[in-house]
Write a protein that binds this ligand. Structure first.
Ligand code: ADP
Length: 340
């Protein structure tokens, strides 16, 4: 697809350049031709003057002198040949340059289309797995002749869980595309970091309670320029992961401190940690660490951190992670509002 588009674009570049070049060549040819006639007449005049000195000071009008037609046609042909060769040279050079430029022009579009295709493939793949499981479960139970009320309820409960997971997957996918679309169009306001953290902790507290996890936050009231709901979502993702990937009875610490002209937000857990080989990939879409425990026991689609990274990037910040077997710390650096 892109090869044929590149060829078409090259053809358009060539058409425009060659039209200009041919127009100029015709103008140059006409100018050179009249200049040639004028100089041949002048030459004839000089010869006439030397051959008939007695006619001075009344030579015939310069244009009445005969020019050798063969000489004129030879010279015209030479000009034509030179212009044709010049145009051929331009054609070859412009063709090469046009092909190169067409490639450069189409490259970002190609990258974008590839990225979109990958997104669609990944999303369909992720949607397919739970949908297949859901379908199989329903089909098997429909075939069972003596399904009790108890079993039916269990089936519906399991179906509901799958539907909730699918809903959260589609919400996340939607959010990713919206963040992608909103690049540079966000309306930023002054946001209180401590308020965002407080709200995020409140949202996660019931999940944390189930695992008897304590969330401790040590945050001064710094202000950043940002989009409050996105920043809230960022903190929820980090805290939710910290809870999900921590064992019972552990501690999660949230801190915010000023470092240079940035605010550093840290979420540190005492959880299962992230393998060194997984660390470079965790911000990629749909990436989940390979540990069998993580994949099988803990729900998720590997979208949270890619959404988190997009939110941080939209706020001109940086997100990084440090992890070992004793726990994981995510650090978000955001530009701080001046005079704090
Ligand atoms: P998921 O839905 O799988 O949690 P994320 O994008 O939020 O997706 O995270 C990607 C992967 O990074 C997770 O599958 C997990 O393996 C790892 N991860 C993220 N946060 C933590 C954490 N606090 N502790 C351990 N592993 C984590």
């Amino acid at each position: 697809m892109f090869h044929s588009a590149r060829i078409k674009l090259t053809a358009w570049y060539l058409l425009i350049l060659m039209s200009i070049s041919i127009l100029f060549s015709v103008a140059i040819y006409n100018g050179a031709k009249s200049e040639l006639v004028r100089s041949l007449h002048a030459q004839q005049f000089r010869l006439y003057y030397f051959d008939n000195p007695e006619l001075i000071p009344a030579p015939p009008h310069i244009s009445q002198l005969q020019i050798d037609p063969e000489l004129l046609s030879d010279e015209e042909n030479r000009i034509k040949l030179a212009l044709i060769l010049l145009n051929l040279g331009i054609f070859v050079l412009a063709g090469g340059a046009g092909y190169f430029l067409a490639g450069r022009t189409l490259k970002p579009i190609q990258v974008m289309v590839d990225e979109q295709n990958r997104f669609i493939t990944d999303a369909s793949h992720e949607l397919r797995t739970p949908l297949t499981a859901l379908r199989a479960e329903i089909e098997v139970n429909l075939r069972a002749k003596d399904l009790s009320v108890e079993e039916t309820k269990k089936l519906l409960q399991s179906n509901l869980e799958e539907v909730i997971n699918l809903q959260s997957l589609s919400d996340n996918l939607l959010q990713l595309t919206q963040l992608e679309k909103s690049k540079g169009q966000n309306i930023f306001t002054q946001v209180s970091v401590s308020q965002v953290i407080e709200e995020a902790v409140k949202k996660i507290s019931s999940e944390a309670k189930k695992k008897e996890i304590t969330i401790r936050s040590e945050v001064k009231n710094y202000q950043v320029l940002g989009e409050k709901n996105s920043l809230l979502q960022l903190m929820i993702i980090l805290l939710d992961n910290a809870v999900k990937y921590s064992n019972n009875n552990t501690l999660i610490k949230v801190t915010a401190e000023k470092i240079d002209h940035k605010i550093s937000l840290k979420v540190a857990d005492q959880g299962i940690g992230i393998n060194t080989k997984d660390l470079p990939h965790i911000f990629e879409r749909f990436y989940r660490a390979d540990s069998s425990r993580t994949k099988q026991e803990i729900s998720g689609y590997g979208l949270g951190l890619s959404i988190a990274k997009k939110i941080v990037t939209l706020h001109s910040g940086i997100i990084s992670v440090k992890s070992n077997s004793k726990g994981t710390t995510f650090n978000v650096l955001l530009p701080i509002l001046p005079k704090q």
